[in-house]
Design a protein around this ligand. Structure first.
Ligand code: ACO
Length: 452
């Protein structure tokens, strides 16, 4: 099959959020720390009515309805998540209740490694379509998580949401073949060893260093492969893509990451243009990548030098991250949804988008998609753009919740998320139409759901 990639995309985020400047106040930190320091404006969160299964049910059903696809047309379904509520039973098996009246001959299962599971699921799906096992049907990929942290400095970097993607041939977003750059390593930067807790154990500073180091490594491999495969035309990779998308723990780290790519290009360049893009950066000629993760001088100078390009190539993809927070596995794909909702098909047609996926622990890949040229009224590219044109409206139609109420809901989740039997108490009225919610957990931990 030709042009395998992403055909349709659906995004879901909770209908409630907490305002980050109000949270600064509530947490007693200096005003501007979360909003300016981390670049976050709002954070979405779930009550006890939602769990990983409801997020995935809601998003898959929405994707199918919006794109008028029959469940019989799906031959593979993959879930990427790190929100584990059962050590054996997969989320994929729960999603099979949507397929009860359809063909149940569907491969694929759950994949887990921090925020990377969605990317692993996407690669599995694309590989299947390109393989001898393919039976001509679509693959469906779901990335979903509820990202919650214990009280303290990491709590403001939470979020929640889901992205579902339809994968198949003749896609409007074609995955470039043979250019993925991956780095994997054993490290304890962020992990979830406590089986009874939703919260991770996290070494914030180490996680940032690991993220930036993985970015360097993946960019190196991606760049070399891009040159070898001929998809790279200009000596600076930064010029080769219309957009750069990143896994976004918080927006400020993404801006620093974009600047980091310029640091990489600069170090590689045997004859840097000090009159142009590198003007004023002569003093950094001899820097070494591994010594610069927390070098404020290098960071601020390269952030400044790359500011215009960042605003052009990356900022439009940070809408959902800024408004919902870190959704973990869907974060990068929320970036793709944001880019589509902030651009027109004509602006992106024929262009390349480079994506960087990072999951602590760690697993990371840089890969790219080529946007199709076809923008005729019935084209798949136009349908994809049309399907996301309500994204900004949906973000604006959410309900703001006071930080003290948010804090109470976090406490309730802490105390009840693993209880059986349990009857959730959260409001159903507040949920967006079409949202699945938890009605009951019985004494054998069997969960029952309904849809608004
Ligand atoms: N106005 C403006 N900026 C401010 C203010 C203020 N009043 N106060 C602080 N800042 C700035 C700081 O200078 C800093 O910016 P800088 O890094 O550019 O210097 C920024 O705000 C953050 O402040 P810190 O003191 O560094 O924040 P802290 O250490 O308390 O927590 C952290 C930040 C580590 C990201 C924490 O929230 C965390 O652990 N989050 C979870 C881990 C995470 O997201 N890791 C990223 C990769 S792994 C993953 O995806 C899960």
């Amino acid at each position: 099959p030709e042009d395998v990639g992403i055909i349709a995309l659906e995004i879901y985020f909770p209908s409630q959020y907490v305002d980050q400047s109000e949270l600064e106040n509530f947490d007693g930190v200096s005003s501007g720390k979360y909003t300016i320091g981390l670049g976050q404006d709002k954070m979405g969160f779930c009550s006890d009515r939602e769990d990983i299964n409801t997020l995935c049910l809601t998003t898959v059903q929405k994707l199918m309805e919006r794109n008028k696809i029959s469940y019989n047309e799906i031959g593979r379904l993959e879930v990427g998540t790190e929100t584990i509520i059962d050590k054996s039973k997969s989320v994929k098996s729960v999603l099979m209740q949507l397929f009860e009246d359809s063909d149940t001959n569907i491969e694929g299962i759950d994949t887990t490694n921090a925020c990377y599971g969605g990317t692993a699921a996407l690669f599995n799906a694309a590989n299947w379509v390109e393989s001898s096992s393919w039976d001509g049907r679509y693959a469906l990929v779901v990335a979903a998580d509820i990202a919650v942290y214990a009280t303290g400095n990491a709590r403001c970097t939470g979020g929640a949401g889901a992205v579902a993607m339809l994968v198949g041939p003749n896609a409007p977003l074609v995955l470039d073949r043979g250019v993925r750059g991956t780095h994997m390593q054993h490290v304890y930067d962020f992990y979830k060893p406590e089986m009874a807790s939703e919260y991770p154990t996290v070494d914030g500073k180490l996680s940032i260093q690991c993220y930036l180091n993985a970015l360097d490594k993946c960019y190196d491999v991606y760049s070399r492969k891009a040159i070898a495969s001929g998809i790279k035309e200009s000596p600076n990779i930064l010029d080769n893509a219309a957009a750069f998308l990143f896994h976004s723990p918080y927006c400020k780290l993404v801006q620093k990451s974009f600047a980091r790519l310029l640091v990489n290009d600069f170090i590689r360049d045997s004859n840097p243009d000090f009159q142009g893009i590198y003007s004023g950066l002569e003093q950094f000629k001899d820097i070494k990548l591994e010594n610069t993760y927390f070098d404020k001088q290098v960071e601020s100078n390269f952030v400044k030098a790359s500011q215009k390009m960042f605003e052009l190539k990356t900022k439009p993809s940070l809408l959902v991250s800024n408004q919902v927070g870190n959704m973990y596995t869907p974060s990068l794909y929320g970036g793709l949804a944001s880019l589509i909702a902030s651009t027109t098909p004509n602006e992106l047609k024929g262009k390349r988008v480079i994506l960087f996926s990072y999951g602590s622990g760690l697993a990371a890949t840089m890969f790219s998609v080529k946007v199709s040229e076809n923008v005729t009224p019935d084209s798949a590219l136009l349908r994809l753009f049309d399907s996301l044109n309500d994204l900004k409206y949906r973000l604006e139609s959410r309900t703001k919740v006071d930080p003290s109420i948010f804090d109470g809901i976090m406490k309730l989740r802490e105390q009840t998320h693993h209880l059986a039997p349990y009857r959730p108490v959260g409001s159903i009225q507040d949920l967006f139409p079409g949202t699945w919610y938890l009605t009951e957990v019985d004494s054998m931990h069997r969960r029952k759901y309904d849809r608004v």
